[in-house]
Write a protein that binds this ligand. Structure first.
Ligand SMILES: [Zn+2]
Length: 101
């Protein structure tokens, strides 16, 4: 079955029945496994993603818990900034050493 056939199958205005999202996804995988939805691209590292998720979900938690989560993320960001500065400095020195412009 081609993609256009699948879309027609799920087109309610053409008199076909509506399907749930899970059914749609299952049928999509069945008939068009080569077409995938790309995952959102992000520049965040795993730690940042994990920390941000925990901070977002901490709305109803105790203030101490929220402070701890935010402090952890802040410490991580400080370390990342230091590492990035060191990396940039190493790149600058390497370019200077080999005289690349
Ligand atoms: Zn990070």
């Amino acid at each position: 079955m081609a993609l256009s056939d699948t879309v027609t199958l799920l087109d309610c205005s053409a008199g076909h029945r509506a399907v749930s999202l899970s059914t749609f996804k299952r049928e999509w995988k069945k008939y068009c496994p080569e077409i995938m939805v790309s995952k959102p691209s992000t520049e965040l590292c795993w730690l940042c993603e994990d920390s941000n998720t925990k901070i977002q979900r901490s709305t109803n938690m105790a203030t101490k818990v929220k402070q701890h989560l935010i402090e952890n993320q802040s410490n991580h960001l400080t370390a990342v900034t230091t590492e990035r500065s060191l990396y940039n400095e190493c790149v600058r020195q390497a370019k200077e050493t080999i005289n690349v412009e």
